[in-house]
Design a protein around this ligand. Structure first.
Ligand SMILES: [Zn+2]
Ligand SMILES: [Zn+2]
Length: 742
């Protein structure tokens, strides 16, 4: 009662407690109040916002080991500089100490302390947003007062700071005042502007004028100095410029942010590939860019600006779904660490509100709903369950995910455009997952200031591909030659090149629930002899029966210098090594040197073992099999292979792809490409087809995505015939049956 009276007095005291409009409008505040009353998760979000607002700034002061709350007195530094100079690992901030997690040493001075200034500024901007929200939800002036304190402190400080960059250089194009790059200035400004909008009509006119001139307009001037073109940077710039333009009613800024040469519309058109993947080919940057793009959309909607280009954001939500691994992570290709889709759940919550795609629900509900869900998420996340994921091809991004129904085997292969400054020289490399664990590894990226970022992360030798003459591949775009995605086996054939001199690569990967077949080759068109290093890195511990002897590997550059504990052996015969629960077998060829050792992985503290096969000549081919223990025999050459276990015998051809699996003389699985046929299956359609026979031959399952055409298949004992899971009648034709698809 007391607080209601207080609120009433307070409301009366302010002639126009008028409306926020930037990222929340009054109707949003009403909705948030309602959801928080009705739903426990939302009540929890409001409770933690409120306790944050109550405790501010005591908690901030404690967290950063300050004497009292104040803004950092100088400009901040670059997050990637927060690295131990001895170990290259990221430091940990604790009560003002910058600790190496390996030996606990505390580091200070430029650029380390400046990174903490960056964190503090980021936290202060978010505090304004959160204090503003709690002020709107409760009407209590103490929250307004706290927000005002931060806003006024920035009004005092902002114009006094010089423009400085990550390297501490003054007045460079990418530099900024509060932060050390226009990107971070924009990322700081957006929540600050959002919070300002929530409280501004309760501020004194003088405070408003000072903040709008000294901070908002000034920061927009700093940010717009640098047109970052097609980029995640510019997407953040655009969100910040739009926020300022709308708040200070500057039409020119609004137009620049949306319609400018590098505005939102340009980014939506140029930076989102046809598959929906962000063009930089790194999932970290994909979501990092999606964030300001979604915020821009929310601002435009509330400002009554039509933005049909925002429909492209749906593709950006779809692409990660196509690529996710069984453990919920996305491939860490290019400059990307492991991105867990679970930690991006709120985008799918917002996405479900925008696009009502039922597939988003499983991601949106994978993590507890938080602040973003409360602000911009769906009213309800109840809905039907989505289908299990199948193999997917993102052709313009150049990523394919090979998946197998009823198995956790998954493999992601990379053949797309290089990915500009964040690309790795790793054409036709892949990573994989099987039997509950990550197998084939990519180092992803370390913090950019870590020495091994340039000397290892990006290097060809750090990837599961072929390096030529110990060199780094040239940036190249691969080509898709064959794609046969079927429920229980998927095959892909790719080429890339020239990756070095006149050398072209080709690779076929066949994923089944029992093994992966990998046939990789390199061919020189210059008639010269080259040295080809086939490389494979897999998590775990390497074991081998090979008579390996310690051997120093050459070259000692281009990333090879990071390969440690190397031993080798020369052999003409087939060989195998194992990595914890995964066995790698390779067919023999003359003059092969097999080398094992350890390289660097995504976590610099955990070495990742590798095996390398080195061959020389005009060309070289490497046929390998990855399996988890059930395979008894692997043979073949060129384009034809057999793989045997106690349960089956597979005959595989790679050009064109086909797989015939028999148990004894009975077929149990046949897979062929579009239009092909063999002894057991005639496929008169424009799509690949698979047939599975039950062991007694009584149940026959056909799979094809063709909308029309005919499948003729061996089925002398068939009692049940299904096409894509649905029972169907099939005409009899001797020992064969025929179904017509329509
Ligand atoms: Zn250290
Ligand atoms: Zn990589």
């Amino acid at each position: 009662m007391k607080s209601m009276v207080f609120l009433l007095v307070f409301l009366l005291a302010l002639p126009c407690l008028a409306e926020p409009r930037l990222l929340l409008a009054p109707r949003d505040i009403d909705r948030i109040q309602k959801v928080a009353k009705e739903q426990a998760w939302a009540a929890q979000v409001v409770r933690s916002l409120t306790s944050f607002a109550d405790e501010w700034p005591a908690q901030h002061v404690r967290e950063y080991g300050l004497k009292e709350w104040a803004l950092p007195a100088e400009g901040a530094g670059w997050s990637h500089a927060y690295v131990c100079p001895d170990h290259g690992v990221r430091l940990t901030q604790r009560a003002g100490k910058n600790l190496c997690p390996i030996d606990g040493k505390d580091y200070h001075g430029w650029p380390i302390d400046q990174v903490v200034y960056m964190q503090r500024n980021g936290n202060n901007a978010q505090a304004v947003r959160d204090l503003g929200l709690v002020f709107r939800l409760t009407g209590k002036p103490e929250y307004l007062e706290k927000a005002r304190r931060i806003l006024n402190a920035y009004s005092d400080l902002y114009p006094t700071l010089p423009i400085q960059d990550n390297n501490n250089k003054l007045d460079t194009k990418t530099g900024a005042r509060i932060m050390s790059q226009t990107l971070s200035e924009a990322g700081w400004l957006v929540p600050l502007a959002f919070g300002y909008d929530l409280v501004r009509d309760a501020l004194a006119a003088e405070d408003r004028a000072r903040f709008e001139t000294r901070v908002l307009r000034n920061a927009a001037d700093v940010i717009r100095r640098y047109d970052a073109g097609k980029s995640n940077w510019q997407s953040w710039h655009n969100a910040a410029l739009l926020a300022v333009g709308l708040l200070v009613e500057d039409r020119e800024l609004v137009t620049l942010a949306l319609d400018g040469p590098s505005g939102f519309k340009f980014q939506a058109r140029e930076a989102i590939t046809a598959d929906g993947a962000w063009y930089e080919g790194a999932w970290g940057y994909h979501f990092f860019a999606l964030n300001p793009l979604l915020l821009t959309r929310e601002m435009a909607v509330r400002a009554g600006i039509a933005l049909p280009e925002a429909a492209a954001l749906k593709r950006m939500l779809d692409a990660p779904l196509a690529c996710v691994f069984p453990d919920g992570t996305l491939p860490n290709f290019n400059d990307s660490a492991y991105t867990s889709l679970k930690s991006e759940a709120h985008y799918y919550d917002i996405g479900y509100r925008l696009f009502q795609d039922a597939r988003y629900l499983s991601v949106a509900t994978a993590a507890p709903r938080g602040l973003e869900s409360l602000l911009w998420g769906a009213d309800s996340l109840e809905g039907r369950k989505a289908e299990p994921l199948a193999s997917e091809l993102l052709e313009s991004a150049g990523i394919a995910i090979l998946r197998v129904l009823g198995s956790d085997h998954a493999l992601a292969v990379k053949f797309g455009p290089h990915g500009s400054g964040h690309g790795h020289y790793d054409k036709l490399s892949f990573i994989s997952y099987a039997d509950g664990a990550r197998q084939a590894a990519d180092p992803g990226t370390q913090a950019y200031a870590a020495k091994s970022h340039d000397t290892w992360d990006k290097m060809t030798v750090a990837h599961n591909t072929i390096s030529v003459d110990g060199q780094v591949q040239k940036p190249a775009t691969g080509k898709l030659l064959d794609w046969v995605p079927l429920p229980h086996v998927t095959a892909i054939r790719l080429s890339a090149g020239p990756v070095y001199g006149g050398v072209e690569l080709e690779r076929t990967l066949v994923e089944t629930g029992d093994y992966t077949l990998d046939v990789a080759s390199a061919r020189a068109s210059d008639g010269a002899t080259h040295q080809y290093d086939w490389l494979y890195h897999n998590f775990g511990k390497l074991a081998s029966d090979l008579p390996l002897v310690p051997r120093r590997l050459t070259p000692q550059q281009n990333g090879y210098q990071h390969l440690r504990g190397t031993s080798g052996v020369s052999t003409d015969g087939p060989w195998q090594v194992s990595f914890s629960n995964l066995c790698v077998r390779m067919l023999g060829d003359r003059d092969t040197t097999v080398v094992t050792g350890e390289g660097l992985g995504p976590d610099l503290r955990v070495a990742v073992p590798f095996v390398m096969a080195r061959r020389s000549g005009e060309s070289a081919a490497f046929a390998a099999l990855y399996e988890t223990g059930a395979i008894t025999d692997f043979e073949g050459a060129a384009h034809s292979f057999t793989v045997e276990s106690a349960q089956f015998r597979d005959k595989i051809t790679t050009q064109p792809f086909s797989l015939n699996r028999n148990r004894g003389s009975q077929p149990i699985l046949v897979a062929i490409p579009a239009g092909a046929q063999n002894t057991w299956l005639g496929n008169f359609t424009a799509a690949p087809a698979e047939v599975d026979w039950s062991p007694d031959g009584k149940a026959v399952d056909l799979y094809s995505k063709a909308a029309s055409g005919t499948l003729r298949f061996y089925a002398p004992q068939a009692e049940v015939i299904r096409v894509n899971g649905r029972p169907i009648d099939a005409a009899r034709d001797g020992a064969f049956r025929t179904v017509t698809l329509r």
